[in-house]
Design a protein. Structure first.
Length: 263
């Protein structure tokens, strides 16, 4: 298990904490990829974990390879949902390979164009109406469930059978799910968002001319909290937001922070 960083370096375990009311010890939750703090005291006193922590899947390497594969460049297209789905289908498989001590890069890259073309066919290209982001998320999910998405090497057809949703303000559950590899299971299809292809609310700079805000689907790959404020890591382009060690070694790239209210 990889441990998120925390601002309590003197604690025996950086994510272990004791409540003030009863001195109850709260050990961290052990998820598949990372440990996360117990956010509420298990003794029932109501006290909450107040410290800082952070984790990102980009910190995980095997044979020099990460979990994300080749970053996708959306360019000027509006196919962010297809790009997010493509990576979300890859990542759980890469996590599985990693946990079985195999190279995560053995998982083939997904062909996001395959999903785009199937979507256009479903919407009867040339006659399709303008969909909002949520409708596109749902229709592309149904395509993946019923038809599947092809890998770039044409050797694998991926399908999904179950989908779950998380309330956008349930930051603790989102964090725990990401620490567990980003795989959600359930049967509720209301406002469906497959795994962690979340759509942030609008930014003013993305407003369309008619005043209708655009949304953007991203792949969440990590979470954290600093001084009481939640944030999440979104996987973007290679060489974006690079982080280096004091010796100049690149530690991370391709990840940007998204403040929790914009998830």
């Amino acid at each position: 298990f990889m441990e998120p960083s925390s601002s309590t370096p003197n604690a025996p375990d950086k994510l272990t904490w004791w409540c003030k009311a009863n001195g109850h010890k709260n050990d961290p939750k052990r998820c598949r990829l990372f440990k996360v703090p117990e956010f509420h005291c298990k003794c029932g006193c109501g006290e909450e974990f107040k410290d800082d922590f952070e984790f990102c899947m980009d910190d995980i390497k095997a044979n020099g390879h990460g979990l994300f594969g080749v970053p996708l460049n959306q360019g000027m297209t509006d196919e962010c949902v297809a790009y997010a789905y493509a990576k979300q289908l890859e990542v759980p498989r890469r996590v599985k390979e990693l946990l079985q001590e195999r190279d995560p890069y053995s998982v083939p890259e997904m062909d996001h164009i395959d999903l785009v073309e199937k979507y256009k066919k479903l919407m009867k290209e040339g006659q399709e109406h303008k969909e909002n982001g949520l409708s596109k998320v749902f229709h592309m999910y149904m395509i993946i469930k019923e038809q599947g998405m092809q890998s770039l090497d044409m050797g694998t057809l991926y399908k999904v059978s179950e989908v779950s949703t998380i309330m956008q303000d349930d930051y603790e559950l989102i964090s725990t799910t990401l620490a567990d590899g980003g795989i959600l299971r359930g049967k509720n299809l209301e406002k469906v968002k497959y795994c962690t292809a979340y759509k942030p609310p609008p930014y003013t700079r993305f407003l369309e001319k008619d005043g209708v805000p655009e949304t953007h689907a991203v792949l969440l790959v990590g979470a954290g909290r600093k001084q009481g404020k939640w944030y999440f890591f979104a996987q973007l382009l290679e060489e974006f937001c690079c982080q280096y060690s004091p010796l100049g070694v690149k530690l991370r790239d391709g990840n940007g922070k998204v403040r929790a209210p914009f998830v």
